[in-house]
Design a protein around this ligand. Sequence first.
Ligand code: AHM
Ligand code: MG
Length: 350
Amino acid sequence: MDHAADAHRTDLMTITRFVLNEQSKYPESRGDFTILLNHIVLGCKFVCSSVNKAGLAKLIGLAGEINIQASTCSNECFGEEQKKLDVLSNEVFIKALVSSGRTCILVSEEDEDAIIVEPSKRGRYCVVFDPLDGSSNIDCGVSIGTIFGIYMVKDDHEPTLADVLQPGKQMVAAGYCMYGSSCTLVLSTGKGVNGFTLDPSLGEFILTHPDIRIPKKGKIYSVNEGNAKNWDGPTAKYVENCKFPKDGSPSKSLRYIGSMVADVHRTLLYGGTFMYPADKKSPSGKLRVLYEVFPMSFLMENAGGQAFTGKQRALDLVPTKIHDRSPIFLGSYDDIEEIKALYAAEGKKE
Ligand code: AHM
Ligand code: MG
């Protein structure tokens, strides 16, 4: 009997145990981060279960629509009114985060204004999140996900927007949970990136992807090419190089799901680039700085890759509004170097 392999199967590294181990390296740690993360994990499990049941529970549809199934639906979570999954996910995460007692300000893609947590429930963390990114993909069963970033305030002041309008490099942790063929939570607390897969029979996220490192160079590029006619010069040139390389290397493959969590997850594991560039119609691109660009850039850098806006390192951006957008190019170190060189060359021409 192979005892080492057996120990691997029976000595399960759950996400809570993993984070506790990590936090115990800091003597000043008070366990607050572990508690916060447990609440995020709970939100992810709830959303995962709702996404899996979406067809059955007739959750798909317009928010506010009366769910004709509701009166016969025994699942009291879903109530009388049919809730669209992104609305439901937003409520789940806000309730989980506030009830953790460890947050002071929340920014959600679904809410125009930041949520200031009431004083009796406040803690030191600010959480920015997209509760269900890629929700236009729900109806066809494509992978979707939750994205989150976490900042920490240093003292007990009254929370303000200034606490979250901080460059991404100030985040203390970031991650995403992908609701796909399996439910995978990828997390970085600033030292490497680790992936955990939900074991539905245990209800626990188990470490399945320790110390994820993105390949230094990739064979895939990922972008919505339907926008090509409006791209700037460097983006067009990079994509042209992917298809018709001039150095004799093989052409790259195009993969684009249109769901950021799934596209970034593939990029982290297989390497290559994911881009949502600026274009003439959307000079700031589409993706949101605080809860899409920053968390994914934080993960990329911590896995050995890079994230670039076309002008600067993405994590150096200073957002001025909570729903700001930015162009983004992220992925394998060498591939992003190539994009940076194309922008630098364009800059010299101007
Ligand atoms: P959403 O926040 O409204 O779901 O939009 C974000 C999504 C990302 O997941 C994805 O990368 C992008 O929009 C796809 O956009 P497009 O359909 O323009 O290619
Ligand atoms: Mg989104």
